[in-house]
Design a protein around this ligand. Structure first.
Ligand SMILES: *[C@@H]1O[C@H](CO)[C@@H](O)[C@H](O)[C@H]1NC(C)=O
Ligand SMILES: *[C@@H]1O[C@H](CO)[C@@H](O)[C@H](O)[C@H]1NC(C)=O
Ligand SMILES: *[C@@H]1O[C@H](CO)[C@@H](O)[C@H](O)[C@H]1NC(C)=O
Length: 354
């Protein structure tokens, strides 16, 4: 049984309407959500594409996990870009359920890739933990195959990443209903995020036998930590390639993407992140490009990187705030039995962009 109350923060982000329903009872299990009627719930999530709504209705339990996956992606995005002018705001919100982004930037590329990977990761985890009704451990890796020559056999629970990836594909990709170049871009980046996740699946093994003699060994597949995926996608973001749509044959619709800087019809690789438009500098607020600007952002007075006040504030200057940090220090244990501490303090400053 899935208890939803502990996920209220998440739910309030993704499903404001559901949250209202859920808070009327203090402990609502998923079964109650299902009892409330998938119809009611799914019709109240704003911005779902038709196929997403259909999937929601047939698999209401998975919707919760999809929300967790999207949040996983967004949290990682905010972590990876915490020192940047673009800090994953605006683009980072509502990518799976909300209204579509009208931006074809590198940042949008990262956002799509990490969200699609996040959903695949969360669904696969939920499968392994037995939290979803239609999946579990990878059945193809359950003791049927022995690897005699390498001296091990499948054992334990192998993560069924294929299921998670397929689920992410069905749900996340279903948003792309307009037949335009951005659809091709988004689908490519979604797939790149999931592919990078799949490539990072790990084989873990355990030895059996007297005092670690390893007479037999069992192995299983595990998911990588999502942080690892975050770093890999950040690298991909740095090396992202600009593409343009190619309208094949008489059809007006763009049918594939090619590298903009290349001669001929060279296509991006499966794990490239691709973008259509150059990014703004994210200095000023601009709803068209999805920039929130850097006014009010914290900056670092001594850093020489992107979080330095100079770079972060785009030359507009910064405000200095003085404060005193107070903490307990030099604690000593006295016999018997109390601890005595001094109070230490330090004057400190923080800077925020004008
Ligand atoms: C699976 O369910 C357990 C118990 O309800 C919960 O603690 C855990 O976070 C869930 N895992 C996922 C990935 O949703
Ligand atoms: C990102 O920047 C915006 C605009 O300055 C700010 O309001 C927001 O709190 C920041 N978000 C994070 C996660 O730091
Ligand atoms: C500012 O940057 C310096 C150098 O990169 C670093 O050592 C320091 O911890 C940073 N300060 C804050 C408050 O992040």
């Amino acid at each position: 049984m899935l208890i939803i109350s502990s996920r209220s923060a998440l739910l309030s982000v993704y499903y404001p309407q559901i949250f209202l329903i859920l808070t009327s009872g203090s402990y609502l299990a998923l079964s109650s959500v299902v009892a409330l009627g998938a119809n009611i719930i799914c019709n109240k999530i704003p911005g779902l594409a038709p196929r997403q709504r259909a999937l929601c209705q047939s698999r209401p339990d998975a919707i919760i996990v999809i929300g967790e996956g999207a949040q996983l992606g967004i949290n990682e995005c905010q972590y990876q870009f915490r020192y940047g002018r673009w800090n994953c705001s605006a683009l980072g919100e509502r990518t799976v359920f909300g209204q579509e982004l009208r931006v074809g930037s590198r940042e949008a590329a990262f956002t799509y890739a990490i969200t699609a990977a996040g959903v695949a990761h969360a669904v696969t985890t939920a499968c392994s933990q037995g939290n979803l009704s239609q999946c579990g451990c990878d059945r193809e890796k359950q003791g049927y195959h022995d690897y005699q020559e390498e001296g091990w056999k499948w054992g334990g629970c192998s993560a069924d990443v294929k299921y998670g990836v397929e689920f992410s594909r069905r749900f996340v990709d279903a948003r792309e209903i307009k037949k335009n170049a951005r659809r091709l871009m988004n689908l490519h980046n979604n797939e790149a995020g999931r592919k990078i996740l799949e490539e990072r699946m790990k084989l873990e093994c355990k030895c059996h036998g007297v005092s670690g003699s390893c007479t037999t060994k069992t192995c299983w597949i595990t998911l990588p930590k999502f942080r690892e995926i975050g770093y890999l996608l950040k690298e991909r973001y740095m090396d992202a390639v600009q593409v343009e749509p190619v309208r094949a044959s008489r059809l007006r619709q763009p049918s594939f993407l090619r590298l903009k800087e290349a001669r001929g019809y060279q296509k991006p690789t499966d794990t490239d992140l691709v973008y259509l438009e150059r990014s703004p500098n994210y200095c000023e607020e601009d709803t068209v490009t999805g920039s929130t600007g850097t006014r009010g952002r914290l900056c670092n007075g001594t850093s020489t990187h992107t979080d330095s006040c100079n770079v972060m504030c785009c030359g507009r200057g910064y405000n200095t705030h003085h404060y005193t940090r107070i903490w307990q220090c030099n604690c000593k244990f006295h016999w018997c039995c109390f601890v005595k501490c001094n109070t230490c303090s330090e004057k400190s400053e923080v800077y925020t962009c004008k």
